[in-house]
Write a protein that binds this ligand. Structure first.
Ligand SMILES: *Cc1c(COP(=O)(O)O)cnc(C)c1O
Length: 372
């Protein structure tokens, strides 16, 4: 069996044709494909506005920038995530403050957030781990009470649902990623969705240098005038990428249902095994399953043995406070017992649309053997 990765893209001839067609068009960047892709994203997640950018990390950066927080503001997030969820605070001269997770969903724990709120707290960046939505009603209540912004890092949760409604318009701003391991891909890419017109306009401007007119508007208007309103970035996404994204969007339901089919097979195989525990799916949630994780004792041994058998298992995630860059903040792991516990046992199994039944069976047989 050749190496089976934990995640990968699915690209078909239609995707390739869409990209080629755009390469031959007038606009390679900031053109009509960007508008079309944004409209498609907004419609799909049920938000009024979508702003597409060149990565999920860029999206998080300008999400925080758009809030205009005083320097030194505290932003609460989970340590059990990709580094970008906390880095976006640092980019904007804010301080990331970590709250421990709950051991069933591995999402940030509301009770732990409450303990971390101070006068300086201005926002919560919550992550829908693996694609399992956070308890948004409770988060909203907390945000209202303490006057906090909510940013949803939904990089794992494209297509996920909370009480039957898609993730994308619950928080003030929601961020998605279109990296190749995510549900749909644009190579690199991301998007922000919101129902707030003021924030949407500001995010659009922050994406392109803080300048209030795009090159296309300046090209199409009679005037050369434009203004730079904020210290923006160049986080524009190309039309080439958005053409790919639009073509991928046609397959989103197929992508998601194959992921859930894989989950059912994994569940059937592992749910009664004594040595394996699984992430729970709460009754309010429909998990989009960017990741499928199991928890095992002797994780490092199981990891090494499965890698030897060409199964590209992975660990999501090394808690952010463990990284050497984060040592300057002197965060003690003693305060994060649940994160430490889950981290020591977690293992991601292969989970992507193109995983064949044969590969899936191979993974299940080998996990069974190794874990026993
Ligand atoms: C993928 C991901 C991001 C964004 O990643 P990019 O590679 O910059 O698109 C942000 N947060 C989490 C939790 C992610 O998994």
């Amino acid at each position: 069996m050749k190496m089976i990765p934990y995640g990968r893209q699915y690209i078909d001839e239609e995707d390739i044709a869409a990209v080629v067609e755009t390469l031959k068009s007038d606009w390679l960047t900031s053109g009509p494909k960007v508008d079309e892709f944004e409209a498609e994203i907004a419609k799909y997640v049920g938000a009024k506005y979508a702003i597409a950018v060149n990565s999920g990390t860029s999206a998080l950066d300008i999400a925080i920038a758009s809030l205009d927080l005083p320097s030194g503001s505290e932003i609460i997030t989970t340590p059990f995530t990709f580094a970008a969820s906390a880095n976006c605070a640092l980019y904007n001269n804010c301080k990331p403050v970590f709250a421990d997770i709950d051991t069933k969903t591995y999402n940030i724990d509301i009770e732990q957030i409450k303990k971390k709120i101070t006068k300086k707290t201005k926002a919560i960046v919550y992550v829908d781990y693996a694609g399992h939505p956070c308890p948004i009603n409770e988060l909203n209540e907390l945000a209202q009470k303490h006057d906090l912004y909510l940013i949803e890092d939904a990089a794992h949760a494209f297509g996920a649902e909370y009480y039957g409604k898609k993730v994308g318009a619950f928080a003030d701003i929601t961020e998605f990623s279109f990296h190749p391991v995510k549900h749909i891909t644009t190579g690199e890419g991301g998007a922000l969705t919101t129902n707030d017109e003021r924030l949407a306009n500001k995010l659009r401007i922050l994406r392109t240098h803080g300048i209030d007119k795009s090159a296309r508007e300046r090209f199409q208007n009679a005037s050369f005038a434009y203004d730079m309103k904020y210290l923006g970035r160049n986080y524009r996404i190309t039309d080439i990428q958005c053409a790919l994204g639009l073509s991928q969007m046609k397959k989103i339901e197929t992508f998601l249902s194959r992921r859930r089919q894989i989950v059912r097979k994994y569940h059937d195989a592992f749910e009664d095994m004594e040595n394996i525990s699984l992430q729970s799916e709460e009754k309010y949630a429909k998990n989009a399953y960017h990741l499928f994780t199991i928890r095992v004792k002797n994780r490092d041994k199981v990891f090494a043995e499965l890698r030897k058998r060409n199964i590209g298992v992975n660990v999501h995630y090394i808690p952010t406070y463990k990284f050497s860059y984060y040592q300057q903040f002197k965060i003690s792991q003693i305060n994060y017992p649940n994160t430490e516990k889950v981290y020591s046992e977690i293992l991601s199994l292969p989970m992507y649309y193109g995983l064949t039944d044969e590969e899936l069976d191979y993974v299940i047989i080998n996990v069974n053997e190794v874990v026993k």
